[in-house]
Design a protein around this ligand. Structure first.
Ligand code: ATP
Ligand code: MG
Length: 248
């Protein structure tokens, strides 16, 4: 096989009479940033949920590093270096930025014994501080997450997915509702993690400028199927894509 870190083969997901994902196959190569775009309800989040163990696909296979992971639970995938963000924010509003990061790190790697008998921050304080500096959240480290702007919370949400130092991160609409300054901040951070740590990303996003300037390759979904695939420039120029998605 090639250097595919993720292989998705013939994934189909039915909810009663609805086929939300209808036989989707693609590969993600190590180090690339793959964008997934498509109209509302075309199956993007459902596809992520099938890849990452939140949902069991009706049909199809998922492999990480050549190993079949279909049906694995999210925590087992975490151990293989796979992490994600959700379309809706997953931060704990009552906890501080730093506490949120520590909690995310515990979820990824802290075993029960470490939680019960280890230091109060489970030894994750230095990792959290590194992530705070990296995402430029220093001035907010000890503020309650619930008091931050929506864009700052989205940035924290992304930072939480990186607490375990994952190799493959799937981000579901990281730019949704984020203002322009935070957006360029987020894009710059993702590019830096990709370049410095060789991390691989799959990003669902409706913001075309964000996708086209961040991603090396783009897949277009429509009605649960892959409609097109190519470089940002190729996808922008594709007549079918313009008609199905970009044209309105
Ligand atoms: N748990 C569920 N039960 C039943 N139907 C569902 C469920 N989850 C999603 N669907 C349906 O599956 C289809 C795909 O939804 P999905 O959320 O994957 O779309 P999406 O591409 O992520 O859309 P958006 O861009 O709005 O986030 C929709 O018709 C949706 O109503
Ligand atoms: Mg979605």
């Amino acid at each position: 096989m090639t250097n595919a870190i993720l292989e998705v083969e013939g994934i189909r997901k039915r909810f009663g009479g609805i086929t939300a994902v209808d036989g989707v196959s693609f590969e993600v190569r190590e180090g690339e940033i793959l964008g997934i775009i498509g109209p509302n309800g075309c199956g993007k989040s459902t596809l992520f949920n099938c890849i990452l163990g939140q949902l069991r696909p009706t049909e199809g296979k998922v492999r990480v590093d050549g190993r079949v992971t279909t049906g694995m639970r999210p925590c087992e995938l975490n151990r293989l270096g796979v992490s994600r963000t959700f379309q809706l924010l997953q931060v704990f509003p009552q906890l501080s930025v730093r506490e949120n990061l520590i909690l995310a790190g515990q979820e990824h790697k802290g075993g029960m014994a470490r939680r019960l008998f280890g230091p109060r921050d489970a030894g994750l304080g230095p990792d959290a501080d590194r992530m705070i500096a990296f995402f430029k959240l220093d001035h907010l480290a000890h503020q309650r997450a619930g008091g931050l702007s929506y864009g700052q919370q989205k940035l924290l949400d992304a930072a939480m997915a990186f607490m375990a130092g994952p190799r493959l991160v799937l981000l579901d609409e990281p730019a949704g509702g984020v203002n322009l300054t935070m957006l360029s901040n987020l894009k710059e951070r993702l590019k830096a993690i990709n370049a410095e740590q060789g991390a691989t990303f799959v990003v669902i996003e409706h913001n075309m400028d964000f996708v086209m300037s961040l991603c090396t390759r783009v897949i277009v979904l429509a009605e649960g199927k892959v409609l097109a695939e190519g470089t940002p420039a190729e996808v922008r120029a594709n007549g079918q894509v313009i008609e199905a998605y970009l044209g309105h």
